[in-house]
Design a protein around this ligand. Structure first.
Ligand code: ATP
Length: 269
């Protein structure tokens, strides 16, 4: 098999606050190949964002190494674009200007104004947002803002797209539309994606593999499920696909097995 694009090698992450050390990740290893879509799922607070932030270069590892294209990740860089749950668009700029800003930052020195304009429009088209290009973030819906956030990330042409619960704040219908858009994009541009989600159906629908993390502290990768359901996937059809159903079952049973036991209530004497 070809060399992985991204390798996490025996990663440990500890945080220190007021002299207290919390061990969040404990010996996490993972290889991701070019064009793969991985969903990361696990109970709240287990360390999913920490793992994504290690790849983003926002959290340093305590031990181990994260390698992209065989080079150690030592800080943030444009080859790893992040989209967070809550959009981070600049409110005083239009949709077009928000994407144009990222385009100019990366390509401003190499390309002329026409090329920068075309690049901006192309990425807005990818997420079907050209019609709202002159609106400001305050004038568009949450789902549309997330689309613009994705366009801005894609405009950087990252080697890895990191999605931290990108649909978490959206209503079910908008969420479904955006999942479809991300699936289409993945088909079209074969991006390599790591996506955190709490939603089992979303995890399976979008991914080639679903990475399941054990509970923290000292979270590890508990299991990885391969989703072999053929693409393109239609959400209404996959629900009848036996492989899809089996993946879903395995994830649900993993999460149930790792659910925190409820704290027993002490009976009054
Ligand atoms: N910078 C930090 N300093 C100290 N502790 C941190 C820091 N970042 C995260 N933590 C702690 O690390 C643990 C894992 O947090 P993380 O956000 O990675 O979990 P998560 O699985 O993404 O959670 P959720 O699903 O609720 O978003 C938590 O206990 C959190 O409080």
């Amino acid at each position: 098999m070809s060399k992985p694009l991204l390798s996490l090698e025996n990663i440990y992450v500890d945080f220190e606050r007021d002299g207290v050390i919390s061990q969040v990740l404990d010996n996490v290893s993972l290889s991701v190949h070019k064009g793969e879509f991985l969903s990361i799922i696990g109970h709240s607070g287990c360390g999913k964002s920490t793992l994504l932030n290690v790849v983003a270069g926002l959290v340093p590892v305590t031990l181990g190494a994260a390698l992209l294209d065989n080079k150690e990740i030592k800080g943030p860089g444009p080859e790893r674009a992040v989209v967070f749950q809550n959009h981070s668009l600049l409110p005083w700029m239009t949709v077009y200007e928000n994407v144009r800003l990222a385009v100019a930052k990366l390509y401003g020195a190499k390309e002329n104004l026409k090329q920068l304009h075309d690049r901006t429009l192309h990425n807005l088209e990818l997420v079907k947002m050209t019609h709202a290009k002159d609106k400001r973030p305050g004038e568009i819906s949450g789902g549309m803002k997330q689309r613009v956030g994705i366009a801005r990330a894609l405009a950087m042409e990252p080697k890895v797209l990191l999605l931290d619960e990108p649909f978490g704040a959206l209503d079910a219908l908008t969420r479904a539309h955006l999942q479809d858009t991300v699936m289409e994009l993945h088909e079209r541009i074969r991006s390599t994606v790591l996506m955190i989600t709490h939603d089992v159906d979303e995890a399976v629908l979008l991914a080639d593999r679903v990475v399941m993390m054990t509970n923290g502290p000292k979270a590890r990768i508990g299991q990885i499920v391969d989703v072999k359901t053929p693409r393109p996937r239609d959400r209404r059809v996959v629900m009848q696909d036996m492989q899809f159903v089996e993946c879903r079952r395995r994830i649900v049973s993993f999460l149930e097995a790792h659910d925190h036991a409820p704290v027993p209530l002490t009976e009054p004497a």
